[in-house]
Design a protein around this ligand. Structure first.
Ligand code: CA
Length: 408
């Protein structure tokens, strides 16, 4: 969930050494990183022999991940900075802002992080069925949405959050810190996703933190897509969230769920895509809904703590982030990097309402035996996490941008 274009449009920066094959020092670093988190080690891929140098076999133990998102912020830095993780690609999608802007933000963020080795593929410009015109009609019938992403023109009532600029889907992109000089790959996001799961069958985790349009397109193009991935971790949906933090920002973000506890933006923007993905044969699904995010907040002190460790360039971009936001997407990365941050979770069958009525896009869920059995999949739904442990994990991962590159 991204509820603010300012957050999405920030350009991340930083210097980081070129990654190659994991060497002994990096492996030790990775081992130290995952050692406190045994559950993460349980999900680590089997070692694959990847390359020989000077007669010495070298093993790439890093976990492969593709980030599918409608922005570029702390979550991307966490995964790029985690020493046991290989980000094999980033795919953009329209959500908080249009895909062409998200693509530029990702390229720019990677340039500033010194990680132009990570390919970026351009994702879907439009949701499968939903549209701005349909959203206007829906609001006339059923009431105003709190946040509409790329279609947002104004807030319903006063808010601390900045009002994002309204753009058309093909408007020229002019990022605040300058446009990227690098370019996306030629293939579309859906094609890139399909190609990667075929190239590394059973090894690729997809962390999705925007509308699931690209994943739905990939599954419809190639019915093997979901089953060839290792797992899907997605931020989306809402079960029964409550305001936890007592301040104005938390109160304002609670507007999104106070009277619509089953509605969440990523899903509501493209309900049909979310339903297709929920009914696809993934080996494993982890859902990070709104629920655990209400205990988290990017406070000025947390922001400064993260920025101080991240080096001057990445640090400056972190300081530019708007305060007060729940850490929705960062929880998704955090749960994948360290499952021990989870304090409450439940196995549920999950789908989403695609009827164009008042509950369009709402989260549907069933315990075992109650599910309708029309393809919906069982998922591990994260309901609560330890915020302090998440903050420490974010600090630990972004701090890698503040350190000199490891010597080869
Ligand atoms: Ca997002």
């Amino acid at each position: 969930m991204i509820c603010n274009a300012a957050k999405a449009s920030l350009s991340r920066s930083g210097k980081r050494g070129q990654r190659t094959v994991v060497r002994l020092t990096a492996m030790l670093c990775a081992a130290a990183f995952v050692a406190p988190f045994p559950a993460a080690a349980e999900t680590a891929p089997s070692p694959a022999l990847t390359k020989k140098t000077s007669g010495q076999p070298q093993t790439d133990l890093r976990r492969k991940v593709i980030i599918d998102d409608d922005g570029f912020a702390l979550m991307q830095l966490m995964l790029l900075g985690a020493p046991d993780v290989d980000v094999i690609g980033i795919t953009s999608v329209t959500g908080g802002s249009w895909a062409n802007r998200v693509t530029a933000q990702a390229l720019k963020g990677l340039e500033r992080a010194g990680r132009t080795d990570v390919p970026v593929a351009v994702g879907a410009t439009y949701p499968l069925v939903n549209s701005e015109a349909l959203t206007d009609k829906w609001e006339a019938l059923y009431g105003k949405l709190t946040w509409k992403g790329a279609w947002m023109r104004q807030w319903v009532e006063p808010t601390k959050q900045s009002t994002p600029a309204y753009h058309g889907p093909e408007d020229a992109v002019d990022l605040p810190g300058g446009n990227p000089t690098t370019h996306p790959v030629q293939e579309s996001a859906a094609r890139f996703l399909i190609d990667m799961v075929h190239k590394y069958p059973g090894e690729v985790t997809i962390v999705a933190a925007g509308p699931m349009t690209n994943l739905a397109l990939a599954q419809r193009l190639d019915p093997q897509f979901a089953s060839l991935a290792k797992e899907l971790v997605y931020m989306g949906g809402s079960f029964n969230p409550h305001q936890v933090i007592d301040n104005r920002s938390a109160e304002e973000f609670a507007r999104e769920f106070a009277n619509s506890p089953r509605r969440e933006f990523n899903i509501r923007f493209d309900p049909e895509a979310a339903s297709i993905v929920s009914r696809s044969p993934w080996r494993r699904i982890t859902v990070i809904p709104v629920d655990p995010s209400t205990a988290t907040q990017l406070t000025p002190s947390l922001r400064e703590r993260l920025a101080q460790g991240a080096g001057p360039e990445v640090g400056a971009s972190i300081r530019a982030q708007e305060e007060g936001f729940p850490l929705w997407d960062e929880i998704a990365a955090g749960v994948w990097l360290d499952p021990k941050i989870v304090t409450k979770h439940e196995q549920l069958y999950v789908d989403f309402d695609t009827q164009f009525g008042p509950s369009y896009g709402d989260t549907l869920s069933w315990r075992e035996h109650y599910q309708p059995g029309v393809g919906e999949q069982k998922a591990d739904v994260i309901l609560a996490i330890d915020p302090q442990r998440l903050y420490a994990l974010i600090a630990q991962t972004v701090a890698t941008f503040g350190k000199p590159p490891a010597k080869p």
